[in-house]
Design a binder for this molecule. Structure first.
Ligand code: HEC
Length: 120
């Protein structure tokens, strides 16, 4: 009987531990991901669908930190970033609301590339 209770107790502990680890991981919110993806269509022409740019002077956005991403967009909007190719980003940032920036940052932070097919 005591053994039975012990097993029950252990199972409860495992269940608790498991639920803690599951909630601790950052869940990808499908809604925000697809919102961000929709809003990123124009960005993809320069930065790539998966945030890996095809042009050497255009930065990759895949996996970028979300706070940094939003700060960069705000800096373009406020013309605090002006040098180099920043001029290309001014008109892009101008039309984005704070919510757009968050959604787009969320998309590029989480997007993954398709594995390269090696069929030759
Ligand atoms: C016409 C091409 C073009 C388009 C379209 C474009 N970008 Fe850019 N983006 C650039 C270039 C070039 C830079 C580098 C600018 C610089 O030197 O500051 C850049 C920089 C950035 C950066 C800063 C990256 C870093 O590491 O500091 C972010 C974030 C960014 N773009 C997001 C976006 C988003 C979001 C969109 C769509 C709303 C977008 N871009 C559309 C060309 C483009």
């Amino acid at each position: 009987m005591t053994q039975h209770l012990l097993v029950k107790f252990m199972l409860t502990i495992y269940a608790l531990l498991f639920s803690i680890t599951v909630t601790a991981a950052e869940p990808i919110t499908e809604a925000q991901y697809s919102q961000g993806k929709e809003k990123s269509v124009v960005c993809m022409t320069c930065h790539g669908v998966d945030g890996i740019s095809a042009i050497d002077t255009y930065p990759n956005l895949q996996g970028q930190k979300q706070a940094y991403f939003v700060a960069a967009l705000r800096a373009y909007k406020l013309r605090q970033r002006n040098d180099g190719l920043a001029i290309l980003m001014h008109s892009q940032a101008d039309v984005l609301s704070d919510q757009d920036m968050l959604d787009i940052a969320y998309y590029f932070h989480h997007v993954k590339s398709e594995p390269i097919k090696n069929d030759h």
